[in-house]
Design a protein around this ligand. Structure first.
Ligand SMILES: C[S@@+](CC[C@H](N)C(=O)[O-])C[C@H]1O[C@@H](n2cnc3c(N)ncnc32)[C@H](O)[C@@H]1O
Length: 280
């Protein structure tokens, strides 16, 4: 995997261009999920929820999902494992949104096999159709999601417009601090990223996640990520009119992004960040 720093997108056109590039890259990356589809089906049939314990605890702080979550909307749902897991957690119906057609095809296949109460939209998160406005008891963004979004203001506005009044927003993702740590070293080393303004272009996927897919990195589509600070995330939700209910920083990882890092050091680092918010 190779990365380089790039300028912060200057305008909406830049944002949408980078999202379009990410679509291509994710259509390639989704092949990894396609390979594991039978296994995903088996996991869901066995009732193995993909929802992280921190997410579960945050969601249950509002009561059992079966009582309050008629519809959950999962933004950046990938091939649907975590979306369909929300049904196992008590949601009655899920709607998944993702920019990658391959991911959405996978999610539709899983839905047919399970005869699940789920529907899927293939589009940019910033362009979720208005027919979904005001229909979500829960908007869930899932892990490994927000860094792909190149502009947080419109992202937060989409979340707010999807929510019913009284609806809940749940977020758990990488803590932005970890962008500052090198993934290649055993000791804590600075990665070169600027906490207050980092955007990057990369080629290839981390071995700890999708891997090389049997292809040379230079042949893979370029993809774009941004570091969003804690305050940018929280402020975007406040500006969209949501009320923050909880903000958590956690030692728990959800993937091993630092396989070489000394374990003693690792457990002293905030690996993930969680937020819950409500629309009144
Ligand atoms: C790391 S994956 C999410 C993984 C998911 N939480 C899971 O556990 O399977 C990130 C997802 O974001 C999607 N994505 C990236 N940019 C997007 C955008 N602008 N709009 C919608 N989906 C997007 C990708 O296609 C990919 O499925």
């Amino acid at each position: 995997m190779k990365w380089k720093q790039v300028p912060i997108p200057a305008n909406t056109e830049d944002v949408l261009r980078r999202h379009e590039a990410n679509k291509q890259a994710w259509n390639e990356g989704a092949a990894y999920y396609t390979q594991n589809l039978e296994q995903s089906l088996e996991g869901l049939r066995d009732g193995k929820s993909g929802i992280h314990p921190v997410e579960r605890e945050n969601l249950r702080s509002f009561g059992g999902l079966e009582k309050w979550c008629r519809r959950a909307v999962h933004l950046q749902c990938a091939s649907g494992y975590d979306s369909l897991s929300l049904l196992l957690e008590g949601a009655h119906e899920v709607v998944g949104v993702d920019i990658s057609d391959v991911h959405i095809e996978n999610a539709r296949w899983l839905t047919r096999q399970l005869n699940a109460e789920a529907s899927w939209y293939c589009c940019d998160v910033l362009e979720v159709p208005v027919e979904l406005d005001g229909t979500a008891d829960l908007v869930y963004t899932g892990r490994g999601a927000v860094t792909w979004i190149q502009d947080l203001g419109p992202w937060a506005k989409v979340i707010a417009r999807l929510m019913k009044s009284g609806g809940v927003f749940s977020f758990l993702d990488d803590h932005p601090f970890i962008w500052l740590i090198s993934q290649e070293d055993q000791d804590l080393m600075y990665s070169g990223a600027d906490y207050f303004g980092h955007a990057e272009e990369s080629l290839g996927w981390s071995e700890a996640y999708i891997g090389s897919l049997g292809r040379c990195v230079d042949e893979q589509a370029a993809k774009y990520e941004r570091l969003w600070t804690v305050s940018q995330l929280v402020q975007s939700l406040i500006d969209a009119g949501l009320h923050i209910r909880s903000l958590g920083e956690h030692r728990e990882e959800y993937w091993d992004g630092f396989p070489k890092l000394n374990a003693e050091v690792k457990k002293k680092i905030p690996m993930t960040l969680s937020i819950t918010a409500v629309k009144q």
